[in-house]
Write a protein that binds this ligand. Sequence first.
Ligand code: NAD
Length: 960
Amino acid sequence: MLDIKDKFLSEKELVTEMLDKSKFLGEKSINNNASEIIQLCRKNKSDRTMLDAFLNEYGLDNQEGVALMCLAESVLRIPDKKTRDLIISEKLSAGSWIDHLNRADSIFVNASTWGLLLAGKVVNTPSEWSDDPYNFLSGLISKSGEMPIRNAVLAAMQILSQEFVIGKDFRDIEKLSNLENESYSFDMLGEAARTMRQADNYFNAYMNAIDEVGKLNLIKNLNNGVSIKISALHPRYEMRKFKDLESELIPRLIELVHYAHSKDVEITIDAEEQDRLTLSLNIIEKLALDKVIKNWTGFGIALQAYGKRSINVIHWINKILDKREKMHLRLVKGAYWDYEIKHAQVFGYEDYPVYSKKSLTDISFLLCAKEILKNEKIYAKFATHNAHTISSVHQLGQGKDYEFQRLYGMGELLYQSAEKVLNLEKKPSVYAPIGSYKDLLPYLVRRLLENGANSSFINREKSISAHKKNKINAESIYVNRDEKEKVGQKVYSIANNEEIGTAIFDDPTNVKSALENFASEKWSKYSVQERSQILIKISDDIEKDPSELIFYLLNEAGKTIQNAIDEIREAIDFLRYYSRQIIEIHGKKSLQGPTGEINKISYSPKGNYLCISPWNFPVAILIGQISAALACGNNVVVKPSENTSILGYLIVKKFHENGVPIETLQLILGDGMYGDVLTKVNTIHGVAFTGSLPTAKKIQTNLIQHHKEIVPLIAETGGINAMIVDSSALLEQVTDDVVRSAFDSAGQRCSALRVLCIQEEIYDELIEMIKGNMEIQEIGDPNNFSTDIGPIINKHALQKLNDYIKGCKDQGMEVHNCNNSLKETHMSPTIIEIDNISAIQEEQFGPILHVMKYKFDDMNSVINQINESGYGLTMGIHTRIESRADFIGEKSNVGNIYINRDMVGAVVGSQPFGGIGLSGSGFKAGGPNYLLQFLNEKVISKNSVAFGGNTELLNLQEDL
Ligand code: NAD
């Protein structure tokens, strides 16, 4: 199998090797032939397909091209007219269509440009539009009667679709006139399955396709095949679900392949994304060596050359071929490049699994081709629309049996020209998507559109379970502690009830008296650079081996493995971000003033900070709070949640081991009562609190009642977080984002989605998809890699959630939950239907999602309901209409708004996090202003004249 270390090899290393191996490209005839092909294409450009001409003019490198692609992606699948009109209007008014007019030399393109120009002009009235888009649009529609613009755009998109998609079904295909002249590979393109039902549908569609292609081949004596995407056949096509895949997916694939074999219909299995490559190969190997088809040559795979391991895959195929008959291999450059790059960035991989430059992918394609052509047991199909690649492969493949492949609707002229220049014997085969335009066009176009980036750090895994043996005895750490305090409570894993250590809660009166009147200036005397260095050292230490923290995140906090890894990453990001930030803040010194006056600003620590953290991010939030306070030079007393004492203890120990003095960072273990005591201690100068709103209120009261000074409180609390989904949204993507936002971590995130507001036209379809996806979430022990949802933090919390659900049922609300046979520590994801957001009085900290239907015209009311809740933490918006997303974002009083993505997992530095209103006070954590809250600002204004004159003024006079 493949070696994981090859996945992220650095391009620098690879390039030297690649250059060495690609010397054959220096062959003059390759370039000469390629230019001859291109010239011939230019000469005969009137023969281009409509799609080629269209893409040539609009492409994706200009605003108009992107606008058209956005329209093509969405307009056919939006069910209601009003939303369609909005997106058409927005995309058309954004373009500068006049620039394209008469530039293209295809009549089709020019005709479309005229149409778009007219439409753009009619639609483009920006001020009225932005004041009240709905009103404006309805006025426009009534003015132009039957809305010819909408019809025109729909028609244009239909035409574009027909060019891409060979037919809706096999009846369409039978009618094609040139079926005998080409060899096809049909594909049921579409989304990866999100529910078992979708997977069933795809399975039936593939069976049907094999059947139909079999008949077609028989009647017309052809050799067409079917391409299969494994991810369409199971909603959880992931390595960590391998056990399920073995029993649920592989038998289905085998059934499909056997059926294809019985009909002698060629099958090509896609190797898919880089993160699933090993999994795909594992499954493909099982199929390739299956007894029934081992000697059948109709089996093959599709491989993406942009993957850094593409050559390794060919070596792997060579080995498989020692044990079976010939196979075919379709080599493509790869269509998911943007996805691969973004995915690697979001997950903080050490490098990309794909080449970052198109030119390197081109070379990789040719090196793969060279390798493939060496093995006569591989029948190669080279999928390319690039003249240079065609010419090079031709050079490599002299005397060998292989074929080229082109996309349906594209590249005809290119291959006609290549045939002439290179005397190609075989016509290229055609890769042809089948299905309704509504489903397929969005899929094809989306591949071209996806984009975006995020940044983070590298993570890796170590043996986590090794920590089972070491039970941790957690205790408070503070100066003047009475060492006799040794009676601890046993701590049991909330994941599997095994004993994981003990925690000692000291006598609170002793704690209070030890801390009262305590002072230390040691830490504030460290230079900013020294403090910053220590924080960086801690981050390096955690990064080097986070396995112990991960183990306790799983067992003390019930996090899944992925959640735990993400949390460690966030904690490290906090340490590094604040350590950089404090240096920047201290760098800013001088202020403006009149000549002769010097104004200087300086920052000093506030003194002693009390940090109180919640259990649900026991590593990241605790580290975020204390690293901020420490970076600023404060002493810290930290009280972790009583539910996660061991984690609190392990973290504070790490800080001490890396150079933070004990008197600077003191740890008090205990429950809310200890928090209450600490907020009354007379030496605190500020409190950083993250937790629930009622607790924040109690702390605020204590600070007012027990302190002479005005002690500042940074409070980060919960939310009733909403997501608005309109009918232009892509439902598969919404389903992924909703399920992750509402149910990941069993809904125990402050940012979790609590109420989903869906436009009525798509309500039923979306709810069905979400319910289907909820069913396949695995609920259980987070120590298992395949678990999606772990336990609820404790019995009390679980009881509270169940009582709430019961109360809703008693009030007659519709409640849906999918799994009733769970362990008593777990809870099934639940959906509750409501009519108005006001039905939710307070945050329910668990996997409960409220859903609500709204009408197109009621958007303002939905936004008002969100604002009236008083909370303002996170919000999600799913729409393809950018102006609408901006409008909703602007009108909502919410701290963090996420558009067309999930709404959890803020990244330090990229998405500073924190709410407003009932959701929190203070600047955002992980943002540029957070540290300022831990500092006193001092300004000194000096009249420098009084200290011996003003040279600036004297020089000025001389100049005069
Ligand atoms: P919680 O309010 O019960 O406890 C938080 C911390 O406060 C714990 O350490 C607890 O021991 C302490 N505490 C309890 N009573 C106290 C008192 N009277 N005085 C002082 N301290 C007291 O919250 P939790 O269950 O640990 O965490 C979940 C809550 O935190 C949710 O409401 C969630 O939305 C919120 N949260 C907010 C954010 C954010 O950034 N806005 C992040 C994570 C969690």
